[in-house]
Design a protein around this ligand. Structure first.
Ligand SMILES: [Zn+2]
Length: 181
């Protein structure tokens, strides 16, 4: 357990933290920072929240400013063309990875997958209602296949009657064999 010490004593001893043995206003029994006199558990919570808020803001900014960011990147690449060339030469694998990440992120930002995917789910509900046969949204390449793993993206979705799913395993196996050759 922490030794109980007043803030003044902690200051006098040059300690960064002190412990009063009393709960903070949020009920933490936690050390406090000597300089700010604030609860460290509270501080952690605020830090975490701040990081989440900041990430959300950045995400929103990127979505709202796709064109502006594109132009900025272009300008940067132009200004530092020589440096970038040199870096690419020396860090080929790293650069390729970075480029893939950028492309994937851009694709994520430019396309509203949610809207596209929602349509499949709406269609499935509609068909079930109209035909009286249960339909569901199926992943063309299964998410948890034994040998493959598909993605939850619009182009891997299809609406099929629920019972159709049973015969799917064989079809998929054929596809894999074809690709294998
Ligand atoms: Zn606290």
């Amino acid at each position: 357990m922490n030794k109980i010490i007043t803030r003044a004593e902690a200051k006098a001893q040059g300690l960064k933290r002190y412990y009063t043995g009393k709960k903070c206003k949020r009920g933490h029994l936690s050390e406090r920072r000597t300089q700010q006199a604030d609860c460290i558990a509270c501080r952690d919570i605020l830090d975490k929240q701040y990081k989440i808020d900041k990430a959300d803001k950045i995400k929103k900014y990127r979505i709202d400013n796709v064109e502006k960011i594109k132009i900025g990147k272009k300008k940067y690449r132009h200004r530092h063309a020589e440096k970038i060339k040199e870096y690419q030469k020396n860090n080929r694998a790293q650069f390729n990875l970075h480029r893939s990440n950028c492309e994937l992120r851009e694709r994520n930002l430019n396309k509203n997958w949610n809207d596209q995917m929602l349509r499949y789910y709406e269609e499935s509900t509609q068909l079930t209602k109209e035909t009286g046969i249960k339909h569901h949204v199926d992943h063309i390449v299964p998410i948890n296949g034994e040998n493959v793993s598909g993605l939850h993206v619009p182009w891997n979705l299809q609406v099929i009657p629920a019972f159709n799913n049973i015969s799917k395993g064989n079809k998929l196996l054929e596809t894999i064999i074809i690709y294998d050759k």
